[in-house]
Design a protein around this ligand. Structure first.
Ligand code: SF4
Length: 486
């Protein structure tokens, strides 16, 4: 294991929108430079996590990990990739939802020993029964080095693998115990494994390389960048092994009600990814079209808030006949910097990230399309930014319904108290953000834009109907009123 500790993230403020938990990538491809494939796969998944990155490689005898805090290009040097030689690799980009974000130990892949052998594991999602499992495991003599639920998964896999003398048996039994959202890639020195929770909350795609290798990744955009062809999604409850005998698949636990996170469609996934056979770009365009039909506005220009608002703004413009324009430019790499902005820069808030195109928007009545409002403060700053730049009116159109309920499945939306829509009407939110009008997309129109029925999705942060039961110990303190949660 190599890697040195970079300075901790100094821009500590959580943005005013939900944040994704992680991106995972795995490849089995004898004869290929698997570390380099993983590096580029992680590049494509950088948007899913910017706090740490790691790659583990196995060559049949040893397993080596390089991981650190920081963005993918900050963590890996050419010399790292040159030393990571082998035929199987996994990688991870992390945004923490459990565990301290600035601890190197919490960066993934996570290493664990099983007798004389080693496994590495990377996880996207969030377990809801981590507390109980940690207590049980500590009682049974387990010791933990990190505070993550991923280490709990690794410990259970270790434990049951030794009992069954089989990694597949170990994973199978682990999947029967853990509850929540998990898309996991795991490797030994020789083989690649991938498994997904029975609800399929977080995505996991399977692809093939022209030379005969296999790739798994959180999103199809990571398959594209390494030249892999999408084959199918890893099924909810499925476990895959890729080794010397090729690809083997089993339904390790029965599928439950499907519950793919709707926020993947609204915001998290890249527009060039495909989920449930649906192009994210086109789904977002249809969300914008539906918005134009259900909440039209008298305006001169439609602009999107980069990046996710763009396709929806194009859809709004197309359906409304109002011209589309670029009205905001994003300072792309400022979000997670290791260099602290000065206090006066920090006070600029959203100006650090977005710059308005004054010549485009001056004197114009704008429709501004964004994906969500979570806490409300960033949207208020955005409206002020546009008005300061000369916009005569700002009509906010949000391509998701109001976020009223916290997420327990790997998204950082904190407690219900921090969600502005949990106790404010749309009109109150409009007044708070200072917009001339505000409208949200309905649950029905949002779901319809994906071409799949609502039963395929988790919609809990909009509806409060949680598809996976949340234990009392986890729910406590997260809701305004401790109402029974379905
Ligand atoms: S509660 Fe919301 S953010 Fe969390 S998994 Fe469900 S849809 Fe996604």
């Amino acid at each position: 294991m190599t890697g040195h500790l970079l300075p901790p993230t100094t821009v500590a403020e959580r943005p005013d929108r939900p944040e994704e938990a992680c991106g995972v990538f795995g490849v089995y491809a004898p004869g290929e430079d698997v570390a380099r494939l993983t590096y580029f796969g992680l590049h494509a998944l950088q948007h899913r996590g910017q706090e740490s990155a790691g790659i583990a490689v196995g060559d049949g005898h040893t397993l080596t990990v390089v991981k650190n805090l920081g963005l993918v290009p900050q963590v890996f040097k050419e010399s790292d990739l040159a030393t990571l030689q082998g035929h199987v690799a996994i990688g991870h980009t992390r945004y923490s939802t459990t565990g301290a974000s600035s601890k190197w130990e919490n960066a993934q892949p996570m290493l664990s020993s099983i007798g004389p052998n080693t496994i590495a594991l990377a996880h996207n999602g969030n377990l809801v029964n981590t507390l109980e499992l940690r207590q049980q495991l500590k009682g049974a003599g387990f010791r933990f080095r990190s505070t993550t639920d991923s280490e709990v998964i690794a410990s259970l896999v270790d434990h049951f693998t030794q009992r069954h003398n089989s990694i597949r048996g170990g994973i199978r039994e682990t999947m029967q115990l853990i509850s929540g959202a998990y898309s996991v890639v795991l490797m030994t020195e020789e083989a690649l494994y991938a498994f997904r929770d029975p609800h399929g909350v977080r995505p996991l795609a399977l692809g093939s390389l022209a030379g005969g290798g296999w790739v798994v990744a959180s999103e199809t955009c990571a398959l594209d960048i390494v030249g892999a062809a999408w084959v199918r999604d890893v099924r909810p409850g499925e476990m895959i092994k890729v080794g010397a005998r090729g690809l083997q698949s089993e339904q390790a636990v029965p599928e439950s009600r499907h519950a793919l996170c709707m926020f993947e469609f609204v915001y998290f996934a890249r527009p060039d990814s495909v989920l449930l056979d649906c192009s994210l770009y086109e789904a977002r365009m249809r969300m914008g079209e539906a918005m134009a039909r259900t909440a039209p506005a008298d305006a001169d220009l439609v602009i999107g808030v980069p990046d996710t608002g763009g396709p929806a703004a194009v859809g709004f413009a197309k359906a409304s006949g109002i011209p589309y324009a670029e009205g905001l430019v994003k300072n792309r790499y400022v979000g997670r910097t290791f260099i602290s902005p000065t206090q006066s820069l920090r006070q600029q808030g959203i100006r650090l990230k977005l710059n308005p195109l004054k010549h485009v928007i001056e004197g114009k009545r704008l429709v501004v399309v964004d994906d969500s409002i979570v806490r409300g403060n960033t949207t208020r700053q955005l409206v002020a930014l546009l008005k300061d730049a000369g916009a005569s009116e700002v009509h906010m159109r949000i391509t998701s319904p109001p976020v009223k309920w916290p997420c327990f499945y790997g998204i950082d939306t904190d407690t219900q108290e921090q969600l502005i829509a949990s106790d404010h009407t749309v009109e109150e939110i409009r007044a708070h953000i200072g917009a001339d009008s505000l409208a949200y997309l309905s649950v029905e129109d949002m779901v319809a834009a994906t071409g799949r029925p609502a039963g395929e999705y988790c919609l809990a942060c909009f509806t409060g109907e949680y598809p996976i039961e949340i234990p009392e110990s986890v729910r406590r303190g997260k809701f305004r009123i401790e109402a029974p949660v379905r």
